[in-house]
Design a protein. Structure first.
Length: 80
């Protein structure tokens, strides 16, 4: 499980490499989550410009014009 410094490093790296870019496609790779992902989320993200990347605790907040996507880096062992 990533700790706070690692999450901040990822946020800083993403700001440098993808901030201001437009989402072309999105893939949901982990179907077993605490809360199910909304149907059509990938289609809703496509075409959206990434306006800001912030961190709240161990969560990354990716802000788009239509709202924010909350991302937790999780534990690699849990990815199937």
């Amino acid at each position: 499980m990533p700790e706070l410094p690692e999450v901040e490093v990822v946020a800083r790296g993403l700001r440098i490499s993808v901030l201001g870019h437009t989402v072309l496609d999105a893939q949901m790779r982990v179907p077993r989550l605490r809360w199910p992902l909304p149907q059509g989320l990938a289609a809703q993200l496509a075409g959206q410009r990434l306006e800001a990347i912030t961190r709240r605790g161990k969560y990354l907040l990716l802000r788009f014009a239509s709202g924010s996507l909350i991302v937790h880096l999780g534990d690699r062992k849990s990815v199937v």
